[in-house]
Ligand binder design. Structure first.
Ligand code: PLP
Length: 470
């Protein structure tokens, strides 16, 4: 592609994206594609000769049935994954620059903008200077990295010797039974073993019980095991439950456990000083992860990972072949030593663009709008007979059931799964059905960029209409 071709097609595709965003509200939210429908649009083998981009817009539009309306104001499924247009432009510039940040020298700007952005975000989250940050692709990676560091701290760097296999005592990790699937995945991949992952008892709000954690730790020690880490959920995926970090911290310190905070979704709320009570005690954490690529409004992917002890992280993660050394080493950060990957994308530019476009106050105002919209819906559900909230609404996610009179618990479960599916299939809005306490529930996660009260009110009308068809 020549520069002139790039400019022509580039302007065309910017228009194309803008026009897609304009049409979003009229498109089905749940992708209507049948399995295999999109694959069938492609030839079995790759083109041998250049095809060029004539007709590309039509070809891209043909993929639309396979696109889910994550950016639609009628999207309430899973979690908001906001991709503002400024992130689109940041990604364009980043790929345009084409810098692969394998070391500081490989892209000083990439490294240093990441340093500045992780520090700006630290300040916005109200974290002390004891924490230093790095950007990972996803929370799953960050949690895995935390587990590797916990393992190595508990074993005084066993990886330098015989590894976990040579350790005298099995190491144990504790987490909420409501923790995200990336938590057991990270624990298992880090080699702890399923037998050494404890799901600690929860209270009626689905928060981890600190007394149950301590009892589990004591039982493991009595059984000859070594407690190693606790993963604290600050906003579980299912119901946005908050494990009591303030009570867990002293227990963890007493027994020498690593405290990893998984605030993937709810962490964004901590830019609001009035919400920080939800992670009181966070200063006692060893590591924290949160995803600006969710509610905050930085296009996927962008996970912040903060640690109190970068030296340990670097000790566990660093490699130093001669071809990656430079005269600047010792005076700069090499983020290759702060995680698993060597090459890194210039993700920090998206954070910078987000702050340029909205400022801290703009981001705060949008999150506050979403919290108010969630509270409005909560009040509607509470005061409407036949509807029941199943967990406290701490942020912008609501878990509830429609419970028509005379139905058995099994029938209620099936009814809720069915009406959510019908509503999603209509394309008018999209929410999630999930299991809670052995039955299906409906789950609404408020917070896409252009979602105003009128959208949430329309969702409530659609839900009542669809559930009322039982
Ligand atoms: N942790 C929590 C609490 C989440 O809600 C999610 C995503 O939904 C994750 C972890 C995983 O996030 P990622 O896709 O960034 O790995």
């Amino acid at each position: 592609m020549t520069k002139d071709e790039f400019k022509k097609l580039g302007y065309e595709l910017v228009d194309f994206v803008a026009e897609y965003r304009e049409r979003l509200e009229t498109l089905p939210v749940q992708a209507p594609a049948e399995p295999g429908q999109i694959k069938a649009l492609f030839a079995k083998s790759p083109p041998q000769k250049p095809e060029g981009f004539g007709g590309i817009q039509e070809e891209l539009r043909a993929l639309e049935p396979g696109l889910t309306g994550w950016q639609s104001p009628n999207f309430y499924a899973w979690f908001p994954s906001n991709a503002p247009l400024h992130s689109v432009l940041a990604d364009l510039v980043v790929t345009g620059w084409g810098n692969t940040g394998i070391t500081w020298l490989a892209s000083p700007a990439l490294t240093e903008v990441e340093e500045v952005m992780t520090d700006w975000m630290r300040q916005m989250l109200g974290l002390s200077e004891a924490f230093q940050g790095v950007i990972h692709d996803t929370a799953s990676t960050a949690t895995f990295v935390a587990m590797l560091c916990a393992r190595e701290r508990s074993t005084d760097l066993s990886f330098e010797r015989g590894g976990l296999q040579a350790e005298p005592k099995p190491l144990v990790v504790y987490a909420s039974a409501q923790s995200h699937s990336s938590v057991p995945k990270g624990v298992l991949l880090a080699g702890f073993g399923r037998e050494n992952l404890r799901f600690v008892e929860l209270d009626e709000s689905f928060d981890m019980r600190a007394d149950a954690l301590e009892a589990a730790i004591a039982a493991d020690i009595a059984a000859g095991k070594q407690p190693s880490a606790v993963i604290v959920a600050i906003g579980t995926t299912g119901t946005t439950a908050f494990d009591p970090l303030e009570a867990i911290g002293p227990i963890a310190r007493k027994y020498g456990l690593w405290v990893h905070v998984d605030a993937a979704m709810a962490g964004s709320a901590m830019i609001l000083p009035e919400m920080r009570h939800l992670w009181a005690g966070v200063e006692g954490a060893d590591s924290i992860c949160l995803n600006p690529h969710k509610w905050l409004g930085v296009g996927f992917d962008c996970t912040l990972y903060y640690v109190r002890d970068p030296e340990l992280l670097i000790r566990v993660m660093s490699t130093n072949p001669s071809y990656l050394q430079s005269a600047a080493d010792g005076r700069i950060k090499n983020y290759k030593d702060w995680g698993i990957q060597l090459g890194r994308r210039f993700r920090a530019l998206k954070l910078w663009f987000a702050l340029k476009a909205e400022g801290v106050e703009g981001l705060q105002a949008r999150l506050r709008r979403d919290l108010e919209n969630a509270r409005w819906l909560e009040a509607e559900i509470r005061q409407t007979p036949g509807w029941r909230l199943l967990s406290p609404v701490r942020l912008q996610t609501l878990c509830f059931r429609h419970e028509p009179e005379g139905m058995s618990p099994e029938q209620i479960s099936g009814h809720n799964k069915a009406w959510v599916e019908r509503l999603n299939s209509s394309g008018k809005a999209m929410l999630t059905s999930a299991m809670l306490g052995g039955g299906w529930m409906a789950r609404v996660s408020v917070g896409t960029l252009h979602q105003e009260r009128e959208h949430v009110a329309e969702l409530w009308r659609l839900m009542q209409e669809e559930a009322g068809r039982a």
